[in-house]
Design a protein around this ligand. Structure first.
Ligand code: UDP
Length: 153
């Protein structure tokens, strides 16, 4: 099954949105592939790590501000699994700029400005693989929900 990498950004953690965001993906029918408390990364990421995570944006004018933002406090890194999870989670997350996001999305509901847009989600299966390898070099937990046949044919 496809996997994606999700990061709740420092503003999402500070604003107490971890539970609600996690719950949204759980209720959709996706599976958290890291065990909370043991493998969920609640860490303050350092600059070289964030530079690597966002290396594709390194030439962009907002890169310096983005580095400051992401290193400003703890973030939560997670891997979610499910059919078409990369594209579906991008839809659930909403457009990069919350003012253009559908109000039903996470950014549309919880954020106002592009520089404080609460959450990251991999933009392709290829970047998901790269990001998962960067954040969880030891791999993820292999488990199957017993409710799976009620969600997947
Ligand atoms: N960003 C920003 N200003 C911009 C564009 C992007 O601060 O003008 C930040 C924002 O946090 C965004 C991140 O840089 O989520 C990565 O940008 P990207 O275009 O990859 O958007 P995403 O894939 O996160 O929607």
């Amino acid at each position: 099954m496809e996997q994606t990498f999700i990061m709740i950004k420092p503003d999402g953690v500070q604003r107490g949105l971890v539970g609600e965001i996690t719950s949204t993906f759980e209720k959709k029918g996706f599976y958290l592939k890291v065990m909370v408390a043991i493998r969920m990364k609640l860490i303050s990421v350092d600059r070289p790590f964030v530079e690597k995570h966002y290396e594709e944006s390194s030439a962009k004018p907002f890169f310096e501000g983005l580095l400051k933002y992401i290193t400003s406090g703890p973030v939560v890194g997670m891997v979610w699994e499910g059919n078409n999870v990369v594209a579906t989670n991008r839809k659930i997350i909403g457009a990069s700029n919350p003012s253009a996001s559908d109000p039903c999305t996470l950014r549309g509901s919880f954020a106002v400005e592009i520089g404080r847009n609460v959450i990251h989600g991999s933009d392709s299966v290829e970047s998901a693989k790269k990001e998962i390898a960067l954040w969880f070099p030891d791999g993820t937990v292999n488990w199957q929900s017993s409710l799976r046949p009620w969600i997947y044919e």
